[in-house]
Ligand binder design. Structure first.
Ligand code: CDP
Ligand code: CDP
Length: 216
């Protein structure tokens, strides 16, 4: 079973994808970490002539075995990630690893922006997680505050809006729900309620796939 979980920044897609992976006993890949790792590595390629060349060199050398969320979840890496993510050659360099992860025997859960549209259009279940910008800003603010950081909510709101705008305008297709994705708006759902709603969608989709003969 392959589950694709897409959605904008701080929609809760990572938390949900991890919970679904535990529930169904599947491996999970947070694909945002790949782009964040490229953003973080860029400064090591200062010899390359410009930002794009540095990003492409960094993408070719990403160490997929050492993607540390504790380091990569820092705000500046999210910004850098969305800047490297508009470069086609960067997306290409990260494609095979994501695709192979999705197609491993037994299945997988991947979360990101383009899982249901580009990385694994044949996924068994596609979820598109959303929440309004204010709710997403508040969630991210609390995440940072839990780490002891001081948050300017006004600035954070604008950062989230700016990142959404860049992601939507990505010349490599922009990020939208796949036509066959199930939309899940979690603005008014806590983590547990969002998880229950997602499990119902996954179970329903799998039951439909199994067809009448799969029903007991
Ligand atoms: O957790 P959050 O949504 O804030 O960020 P993320 O999922 O770690 O992604 C950071 C950035 O990487 C996004 O804003 C996208 O620009 C880019 N990204 C992408 O282009 N494709 C993906 N599959 C995942 C992330
Ligand atoms: O992966 P993404 O950036 O979409 O979001 P996340 O890191 O999974 O979630 C951002 C924060 O919102 C986390 O601290 C979650 O615990 C919280 N969250 C929430 O409060 N309510 C939800 N329904 C989902 C997530």
């Amino acid at each position: 079973m392959i589950i694709a979980v897409d959605g904008p920044a701080a929609s809760g897609k990572g938390t949900l994808a991890a919970a679904l992976a535990r529930h169904y006993g599947l491996p999970h890949l947070d694909t945002g970490l790949l782009y964040r790792a490229v953003g973080r590595a860029i400064e090591a390629y200062s010899d390359a002539p410009d930002f794009e060349a540095r990003a492409i060199a960094a993408a070719g050398a990403v160490d997929t075995g050492h993607l540390d969320p504790a380091i990569l979840s820092a705000q500046p890496y999210g910004e850098l990630a969305s800047r490297v993510a508009v470069i086609g050659a960067v997306r290409q360099a990260l494609f095979d690893f994501q695709r192979q992860f999705a197609l491993q025997p037994g299945g997988a859960v991947l979360d990101g922006r383009d899982i249901g549209t580009k990385i694994c259009p044949e996924a068994d279940v596609k979820l598109f997680i959303d929440a309004d910008s204010k709710a997403r800003m508040e969630r991210r603010a609390r995440q940072y505050e839990a780490r002891g950081l001081t948050v300017n909510r006004y600035e954070l709101y604008h950062q989230i809006e700016a990142r959404d705008a860049r992601d939507r305008a990505n010349p490599n297709g922009g990020f939208f729900p796949a036509p066959d994705a199930h939309l899940l708006d979690t603005t008014r759902l806590d983590i547990e309620a969002a998880f229950r709603a997602a499990v119902a969608l996954v179970d329903g989709a799998m039951a439909r796939k199994a067809g009448p003969s799969g029903a007991s």
